[in-house]
Design a protein around this ligand. Structure first.
Ligand SMILES: *[C@@H]1O[C@H](CO)[C@@H](O)[C@H](O)[C@H]1NC(C)=O
Length: 365
């Protein structure tokens, strides 16, 4: 066992050396002139305009969408109303101001310590056509709001698509710069690597308040293109001091995932197919050793991957299985121990992970 471990570390160091040697030779891997300031960034104050509550009584806020099925012909639209439940209806159509279709969703609320959430709506809009721009409208009367999204191309090896990768976003001024930078990039869908709002840095009612502000913060992108969610450690929110012991409570109420479409019984792990990619979402903080639900599900999902239809096989999760930084060193070992052999055998193209707040990549394994 010790030998195996050290061999892996050696491999990792060797890889790191190779990457460094490669990078030193030129500007390989640098695809942007964007450089973040090294100074610490602070959470954006609640009265800042990028966190503003939309005008109008009970106006929908925190609007975000995600893929609603396995193959990209459905969208789940989610939003919050603050004053009363209101309508969970989405009106939609293929031209602006003309909403020929409608779908009805669900509404729910929850508490966290003494915080009472707004009314959280989730509405599945399905039976869509590929490569069409849809306009949608939510809310009632003068408070209604309109957005749009574009469906992806069909599942096909020749379907081009641009994914963006964001993890560990938070709601600081650096988060804002990241989001604005992403929005200029032309990315069509975000693969989100966990750690969403960092609301768990707050206490008492401010935890819920900072989830709400984060929902408003990401709306500028997430209302118009799907963000594919995976959960990180900041979503666990195990806070027995304030009587909150149900892991992922805020995350699970606020963010929907299409887990049933990939036969997963748990929203924290699931898969989707989009254009030419098969994307598998794993949960670093849910049981994954042999015979656990996540292990059983992944074993079956890997068998469903059809490289003739989706040549790209991408996995996203929060904790990297290889990490040479001191920060979070070896935290992905339990996942590596059970899944690495499957990832190799199934020739996974990419594993994207967050958590470490440092850029690192390995050569092909
Ligand atoms: C949800 O909202 C209803 C209606 O306003 C309220 O009676 C109920 O207490 C709320 N539930 C939670 C869990 O906050």
């Amino acid at each position: 066992m010790a030998f195996g471990l050290w061999f892996t570390l050696f491999e990792l160091l060797l890889k790191l050396f190779l990457i460094l040697a490669f990078v030193k030779k030129g500007s390989a891997g640098i695809t942007s002139t964007f450089t973040r300031t090294k100074w610490q960034s602070f959470d954006i104050p609640l009265d800042h305009k990028v966190l503003a509550i939309p005008n109008g009584y009970n106006a929908p806020q925190q609007v975000h969408i995600t893929q609603g099925d396995y193959d990209g012909k459905a969208v789940m639209i989610s939003w919050v109303t603050a004053d009363k439940p209101g309508s969970s209806r989405v009106q939609y159509g293929t031209s602006e101001n003309k909403y020929d279709f409608k779908a009805d969703g669900t509404v729910a609320n929850y508490t966290f310590y003494n915080y009472k959430s707004g009314y959280i709506h989730h509405c599945l809009v399905d039976g869509l056509e590929y490569e069409i721009k849809y306009y949608y409208k939510i809310g009632e009367g003068h408070s209604s709001r309109e957005f749009w999204f574009q469906t992806p191309p069909k599942i096909d090896p020749d379907s081009p698509f641009t994914f963006g990768i964001i993890g560990d976003l938070g709601q600081t001024y650096n988060s804002l710069s990241t989001l604005e930078h992403y929005m200029q990039s032309g990315g069509q869908t975000v693969l989100f690597l966990g750690d969403l709002s960092y609301a768990d840095r707050y206490q008492y009612n401010d935890v819920g308040i900072r989830w709400d502000s984060w929902g408003r913060f990401i709306e500028r992108s997430a209302a118009y293109q799907p963000w594919i969610w995976s959960a990180g450690n900041h979503e666990i929110e195990y806070m027995p001091d304030v009587g909150e012991v149900l892991p992922f409570k805020s995350f699970l109420h606020r963010f929907s995932t299409p887990h049933l479409a990939s036969r997963s019984k748990n929203p924290l792990w699931y898969a989707i197919r989009r254009a030419s990619a098969h994307i598998i979402v794993l949960s670093s903080y849910s049981p994954h050793v042999k015979y656990t639900p996540q292990w059983l599900w992944l074993r079956d999902e890997l068998k469903r991957v059809d490289r003739k239809k989706t040549p790209w096989l991408i996995i996203i999760m929060h904790v990297p299985i290889y990490n040479s930084n001191q920060a979070h060193f070896m935290e992905g070992e339990s996942m590596r121990a059970v899944f690495e052999r499957w990832f190799v055998r199934h020739r996974v193209d990419f594993i994207f992970a967050g958590h470490v707040h440092a850029y690192e990549r390995s050569l092909n394994v």
